[in-house]
Design a binder for this molecule. Structure first.
Ligand code: NAP
Length: 255
């Protein structure tokens, strides 16, 4: 097996559903110990844990990524419990609609604030605490989930597109800053993925048009995103640091 995480400890935010759950299951299959976080969906987080290899160490934590103190506390609890974290997957995120032609100014500001705080500032805080730990530990891997929306535009979710563009830029800056410490940072930038985040869109009258954006006439699965995450996190792929991998079924090609 090319990818093997035996003895590695992986910390995944937003592990209660979707892409985070798929990452937890894949890392567990690849023999990693797995820590997941959830915001409020404890039952689904427990379900994720029940899908992991019970011979390994699997723990879940409640975490609102918007709360900077909790980010520090939860990550430091995981470090203590697992005796170190080797891989962090910044997956938790929100996708909130706010069409400029039909939303109130007050709601517009509220959604911008929540989106940037969750998808960018919260991730930067976890990068900070994880980076400090990994510097002391002699190295590590951070994988951030970005989005095609950063490149292609998000007309109904402009804060989301901006948050992911910021996330891509931050990840690249930190890849340079942390490389001397043997810490690599990768970004996966999916187009539409079949999860709770998008199920209403995919089931709506827009669903077929969304699938047709790709010549494969479908959207990605969460497992396909997890596959790329595991590559970024694996030993032997350190030179990919600073990279942003598109996973969009040729629905948006950039050069
Ligand atoms: P999802 O099914 O909606 O799941 C979101 C996860 O994030 C849940 O585990 C949720 O916890 C957690 N979460 C939400 N807000 C949080 C907060 N404030 N603090 C901590 N955790 C929070 O999402 P997904 O589709 O798997 O997306 C995962 C990532 O991929 C996101 O960053 C998203 O932007 C990105 N992405 C998704 C797509 C797509 O089409 N689905 C495309 C491109 C990029 P609870 O279950 O407790 O609520």
């Amino acid at each position: 097996m090319l990818l093997n995480f035996t003895g590695k400890n992986v910390f995944i935010t937003g592990g209660s559903r979707g892409i985070g759950r798929a990452c937890a299951i894949l890392f567990s299959k690849l023999k990693a110990n797995v820590a997941i976080t959830y915001k409020s969906n404890k039952v689904e987080a427990e379900k994720t844990l029940s899908m992991l290899d019970s011979d390994l160490m699997n723990v879940m934590y409640a975490l609102d990524i918007n709360d900077a103190a909790s980010v520090e506390n939860v990550f430091s609890n995981a470090v203590d419990q697992f005796k170190g974290i080797d891989v962090v997957v910044n997956n938790a995120g929100v996708f909130l609609e706010h069409k400029i032609d039909s939303i109130s100014y007050e709601k517009w500001q509220q959604i911008w604030q929540e989106t940037i705080s969750t998808n960018l500032t919260g991730v930067s805080n976890l990068c900070y605490v994880a980076g400090q730990h990994m510097i002391k530990n002699g190295g590590g891997k951070i994988v951030n989930i970005g989005s095609r929306g950063a490149f292609r535009g998000e007309p109904d979710h402009p804060a989301y597109g901006a948050s992911k563009a910021g996330l891509h830029a931050m990840s690249q800056s930190l890849a340079i800053a942390l490389a001397p410490y043997n810490i690599s940072i990768g970004v996966v930038a999916p187009g539409f993925v079949e999860t709770d985040m998008t199920s209403a869109y995919l089931k709506s009258e827009k669903g077929n048009a969304i699938k047709k954006q790709s010549p494969l006439n479908r959207v990605a699965t969460a497992d396909e995103v997890a596959n790329i995450v595991s590559v970024f996190a694996a030993d032997g792929f350190e030179f990919m640091t600073g990279g942003i991998v598109d996973l969009n079924g040729a629905s948006y090609l950039r050069t």
